[in-house]
Write a protein that binds this ligand. Structure first.
Ligand code: ARG
Length: 461
């Protein structure tokens, strides 16, 4: 049965080409359970407003219940003539309860307020799923940090050796942004959990329906203040898309490091067989495909976000059909992260770190030069002079091909009168790390305290 939603005004049906273009069921069908939940709530307020008899309400609710079961079992699917999920489900309801009862449901609502509400419901539920999977990556990072509480590694800026840090500190540095992403989702939910149902096409409903009752029925905190805003705005989708893209970018930065760490040149980690791939031609290869796909897919999620923003930028109020293009980008982000995140948490969890290699490289590249400068400052030397003196130490060592700890007492004295042999107390990786013991620093007690805070946040996230 073909069911047109606007038969009266039109002499003929749409051209095939328009039907093809218009159809969105291949991507919006996933909203079906939410649409039915919305319809149930709507039927109740129609009844409350005296527009649907108790008997018709019962028939309608039962029909909707059967329709949901048939959608879930795959018994009921969209037909090629159904324009979108809403059209298909109205047909399904009418097939089940007849046109007299089924045809009453559309009073006082429009697909415009319907879709804006369902989309929010869908995103809220999936935000929780994605958030849980992000937390699994955070857990994996915290777990690796806990297994290597004292291992030092070269900390870098500009990818150059900078100062030694604890591996645990570095791993936890990847965990915090991901926790903030989860926090962003929670904060976003507060704005997204507002229901446009009852906004109608744009101007609100004249039928005495109660939008607040529908909102609460659908698990939202309130209904929208403004029906035009309710039907036309998609900033909730754009903000969601930003957080998805940010998660992908944070995962991509972690992945880039795993890729580097797994090279022979770094040699910091070995990937587990279960989370790496081989080559069809080179028998020796073990490739970090999970990390590379993560890095690659970040580009795709950024594209989804910018595509959505571009869709929105020129739209006058209120609803425009362009808005049908709002769903695929975010659905793509959700689908992508849904499979990507478990692979990333598995990869991180199963990484084997090589502490000897990390520790061997920690002092290289004169990474203790800052410690000399700061030791001098503690001796009362102005930092400008201290920086010069430490730099001179590096220059001498570089010329002679030796390390900072190999400068003799005489070498030190030649460079500066302030450099007594006492300076050697800070010329060890362990000493350097232990000295950075202010809040947020890399000293082991601070890093372990930080991990406790991290775990507390995971627990409440
Ligand atoms: N399928 C449309 C969407 O996703 C909703 C339909 C609104 N269409 C309309 N002609 N008012 O945005």
């Amino acid at each position: 049965m073909t069911l047109s939603l606007w038969g009266g005004r039109f002499a003929g049906g749409p051209a095939d080409a328009l039907t093809e273009l218009s159809r969105s069921t291949h991507f919006d069908w996933r909203l079906a359970p939410y649409d039915i939940a919305g319809s149930r709530a709507h039927a109740r307020v129609l009844h409350q407003a005296g527009l649907l008899s108790a008997e018709d309400t019962a028939t309608m609710l039962d029909g909707l219940r059967r329709l949901l079961a048939d959608v879930e079992s795959g018994e009921f699917v969209p037909a090629p003539e159904d324009e979108d999920v809403h059209t298909a489900l109205e047909r399904g309801l009418i097939e089940r309860v007849g046109p007299d009862v089924g045809g009453r449901l559309r009073a006082g609502r429009s697909r415009n307020d319907q879709v804006a509400t369902l989309f929010r419901m869908y995103l809220r539920e999936h935000a929780r799923v994605i958030g849980g999977k992000v937390l699994a990556v955070v857990e994996a990072l915290a777990g690796q940090a806990a297994r290597h509480p004292e291992v030092a590694m070269p900390g870098r800026t500009h990818l150059q050796h900078a100062q030694p840090v604890l591996l645990a500190h570095h791993l936890q540095a990847h965990a915090w942004p991901l926790l903030r992403d989860v926090d962003r989702l929670r904060d976003w939910d507060r704005r997204a959990g507002v229901s446009p149902y009852g906004s109608g096409a744009l101007a609100g409903s004249s039928l005495g329906l109660d939008p607040e009752a529908v909102a609460h029925d659908l698990g939202m905190t309130a209904s929208v203040e403004n029906s035009i805003d309710g039907t036309a705005s998609r900033d909730f989708a754009a903000e969601f898309a930003f957080v998805m893209a940010m998660i992908a970018v944070d995962i991509s930065r972690l992945s880039e490091e795993v890729i580097l760490w797994a090279t022979a040149e770094f040699g910091f980690v070995t990937l587990d067989d279960a989370f790496s791939t081989g080559s069809s031609i080179m028998p020796q290869k073990k490739n970090p495909d999970v990390a590379e796909l993560a890095r690659g897919k970040a580009g795709r999620l950024i594209g989804d976000l910018t595509g959505l923003l571009a869709t929105l930028k020129g739209l006058p109020l209120a609803y425009n059909r362009d808005l049908q293009e709002d769903k695929e980008p975010v659905f793509d982000q959700i689908d992508t992260l849904d499979v990507l995140l478990p692979a990333v948490s598995g990869m991180v969890e199963t990484l084997t770190f090589h502490p000897e290699r990390l520790e061997e490289l920690a002092p290289q590249g004169f990474s203790l030069a800052t410690d000399i400068a700061e030791w001098l400052v503690r001796e009362g030397v102005p930092f400008r002079v201290a920086h010069e003196v430490a730099g001179e130490c590096v220059r001498v060592c570089e010329q002679r091909g030796i390390g900072l700890d190999e400068l003799s007492d005489d070498d030190l004295a030649d460079i500066s009168e302030h450099l007594t042999p006492q300076v050697r107390t800070v010329l060890t990786v362990a000493g350097s790390i232990a000295s950075r013991d202010a809040r947020g620093g890399t000293a082991a007690p601070r890093v372990s305290e930080q991990r406790t805070h991290l775990r507390k946040q995971i627990a409440v996230a």
